[in-house]
Design a binder for this molecule. Structure first.
Ligand code: PEP
Length: 254
């Protein structure tokens, strides 16, 4: 059974006080309202991680993730945070290769493969992001590009390692724009990703991996997106900054 996941990427938003308030609202509402089989993941800025982790520690089904990590375990990398440090802080998930990291920080396929290794080595779950820009879709290159991103970042892994990864398909043209992929667009790409996984590993492995959709997910579109057979949840940006909206999204699994 694939995990159903609602993950909230806060990006570079919230002061510590605002973040604590948001997290406690989500924890209180989600504990009462969200089905127990749904994993709710809060992904705040680095400085908030340990405080928010303490807040959610004893709550079943609510987890904390980081937005990025460095690929090395330690060393002279001023300003960076390693997977080892995150694991030692009790963090369970790490987002790898968000399109903003690929675009603004020039993160390459090789680098993302190394970061994925670091996350897995430290027994956390990578949420590996992929997705095409608008011009690539307009030239009908989106299936090839997403296939290449997945191969570059993940296909050096053994089947056992890959089975621990969560994939997030986030078309860049839908992130923060208010334009959401249609259910047909989301479903066909998720099915494509699963097919690429099956061709390169096997069908059982492909069927077991959670694939999240990201890109302007809101309470009024999450139900139809999450009802797609190959969509296992959402990586949510803007709407995760409003506790009511985010919990409503987490409640919208069938
Ligand atoms: C994201 O940050 O991964 C994202 C999908 O953002 P938004 O929901 O705001 O489009």
């Amino acid at each position: 059974m694939r995990k159903k996941i609602a993950a909230g990427n806060w990006k570079m938003n919230t002061t510590l006080q605002e973040g604590m308030q948001l997290a406690s609202e989500v924890v209180n509402m989600a504990s009462d309202e969200v089905k127990s089989e749904v994993q709710v993941i809060l992904i705040p800025p680095f400085p908030h991680l340990t405080s928010i982790n303490k807040l959610v520690e004893s709550k079943n089904g609510i987890y904390v993730g980081a937005q990025n990590c460095h690929q090395e375990a330690s060393g002279a990398f001023t300003g960076e945070v390693s997977a080892e440090i995150l694991a030692s802080s009790g963090i369970d998930f790490v987002v790898i290769g968000h399109s903003e990291r690929r675009e603004y920080f020039s993160e390459s396929g090789d680098l993302l493969a190394a970061k994925t290794n670091a996350v897995l080595k430290n027994r956390m779950t990578p949420i590996f992001c992929c997705g095409e820009k608008l011009e690539v879709r307009e030239q009908n290159g989106h299936f090839d590009l997403v296939g290449t991103q997945i191969k570059e970042g993940l296909f050096h892994l053994t089947a056992a390692e890959l089975s621990k990864v969560v994939i997030a398909y986030e078309p860049v043209w839908a992130i923060g724009t208010g334009v959401t992929a249609s259910t047909d667009q989301a479903q066909e790409m998720h099915a494509h990703i699963r097919q690429v996984l099956a061709e390169n590993y096997d069908q059982d492995l492909a069927d077991g991996i959670s694939i999240l959709y990201g890109g302007s997910v809101k309470p009024d579109n999450s139900r139809e997106l999450f009802a797609c057979p190959d969509v296992d949840g959402g990586l949510v940006g803007g709407a995760s900054l409003k506790s009511r909206d985010f919990v409503d999204i987490a409640k919208s699994f069938q």
